[in-house]
Design a protein around this ligand. Structure first.
Ligand SMILES: *Cc1c(COP(=O)(O)O)cnc(C)c1O
Length: 423
């Protein structure tokens, strides 16, 4: 194992790490429910759901069977010129569970690519309407939409490292991250900024792209539903499309099946990923309305995208089963219970000397510290406390699998206290 770890350190990149001075990586042998087993026999309670995705827990019997059954038929087949039941059934379900106007589905292999496709849809739509001058995107600071170039261009300009890629990134329009928190009245500065940007630039803007209600990897920030509905109203007034990136928030995480439901907002284009397959396989989707889908081809053109692993049958089969588990409905009570326990147990840290802010929404709990945290040192403290929590910058946060029980969640919230005391 030590040889393997050394090889890993020297030869394999992990997310956002240096090959010169990598952060440590802990070897995993298996995972089940809300627990991850390490090679040294230690069992960690998982606070991350493997980046929002493993909502039903690891090694779920019904998800396993969905994959096994599909595997006996075929693991993969190209989607160009061929189709299959797993894709058709999954598309039907996605159309059913998402807002009514979304009727057309593009499958792809990752969230970042689904954002690229959403951007292409918006650009091609205006192009086909003979409005090629509408080619810019408008977004809010503090966002995260993925790591490919199109997606990166609408990530927060500072923590998305636009400086480094300035020469090749398109210049889109940014307004400040909404100050208006959930449950508070719209801040006049938020309204003023977004309205004046629309008024000045709408002729150039193809679409607004936002993470609804919860901004994830860009800063774990929650904002009011009223802001989202206001943006939708402006989009309608100024003939601008609305793209909602529900890759992190979709499938129950915020307490609604999709976060846009908090605001009753229906986007023109929606990106899904992460939890779509229950965290089993990489697969994502971009959905759009009939107006946009048909508009894209108004000039006789085609939507210019077609990934190799588009609609992979194993991924579609497990995604379909994952959504079936959601439709059975247990997640609502689970997320509500996680939310109230997180609120109760994390609020005690609000007065901690190292803490700047504590916030919870749905099955998401965030403790924001005054200064950036030492990730490797905290990680070690957490692993010694038998939990898996991976902080970044000044954020220690939890978004556990929905199936986590009270005691395990308590272990996670306690461990955060241990981490804070060590700062
Ligand atoms: C993770 C994420 C993405 C990118 O998805 P990948 O599958 O990692 O490419 C895009 N948008 C949001 C909101 C995300 O959380």
């Amino acid at each position: 194992m030590n040889d393997d770890l050394e090889f890993d350190r020297r030869h394999i990149w992990h997310p956002y790490t240096s090959m010169v001075d990598p952060l440590p990586a802990y070897p995993v042998v298996s995972a089940r429910g809300a627990r991850i087993r390490l090679a040294d026999g230690r069992e960690l309670v998982d606070g991350m759901a493997s980046w929002w995705s493993v909502i039903h827990g690891y090694n779920h019997p019904r998800l396993n069977i969905a994959i096994e059954n599909q595997l006996k038929k075929t693991a993969h087949v190209m989607f160009g010129g061929l189709t299959h039941a797993p894709a058709i059934e999954l598309a039907r379900m996605l159309i059913d569970v998402t807002p009514e106007p979304l009727q057309h589905v593009f499958f792809c292999d990752s969230g970042s690519v689904s954002v690229e496709v959403a951007i292409k849809m918006a650009m091609q739509f205006w192009d086909a309407q003979a409005r090629p001058e509408k080619h810019r995107l408008l977004t809010i600071r503090g966002g995260y939409h993925g790591d490919t170039f199109g997606a990166m261009s609408v990530c927060d300009p500072v923590n998305g490292m636009h400086e480094r890629f300035r020469s090749v990134l398109p210049e889109h329009l940014f307004v400040d991250r909404p100050r208006t928190r959930p449950g508070t009245p719209l801040h006049p500065a938020d309204v003023e900024q977004i309205e004046s940007t629309f008024a000045a630039y709408h002729g150039q803007i193809a679409a607004v792209i936002l993470e609804p209600i919860v901004q994830g990897a860009g800063g774990m920030w929650f904002y009011a539903a009223e802001y989202l509905s206001h943006v939708q109203a402006l989009c309608r007034r100024y003939d601008v499309l609305l793209i909602l990136d529900e890759i992190a928030t979709g499938f129950g995480r915020t307490g609604r099946m999709f976060a846009c439901e908090h605001a009753g907002v229906e986007p023109d284009i929606m990106c899904l990923g992460k939890a779509m397959t229950g965290g089993y396989l990489g697969q994502a989707a971009t959905l759009t309305s009939t107006r946009i889908a048909e508009g894209i081809s108004a000039d006789g053109g085609v939507l210019m995208h077609g990934p190799t692993f588009m609609a992979n049958p194993l991924a579609c089969a497990v995604a379909r089963q994952s959504i079936e588990l959601l439709l059975a409905g247990a997640w609502k009570a689970q997320v509500a219970a996680i939310e109230s326990q997180l609120r109760e147990e994390l609020s005690q840290y609000a007065s901690h000397r190292a803490v700047a802010d504590v916030r919870t929404l749905g099955a998401i709990g965030v403790v924001q510290t005054r200064d950036p945290v030492p990730v490797a040192a905290l990680q070690q403290i957490f692993v010694e406390a038998d939990v898996w929590i991976r902080p970044f910058n000044d954020l220690i946060y939890l978004m556990p699998p929905f199936v986590i029980d009270r005691d395990d969640l308590r272990l996670l919230t306690r461990a955060i206290g241990l981490g804070l005391d060590a700062l």
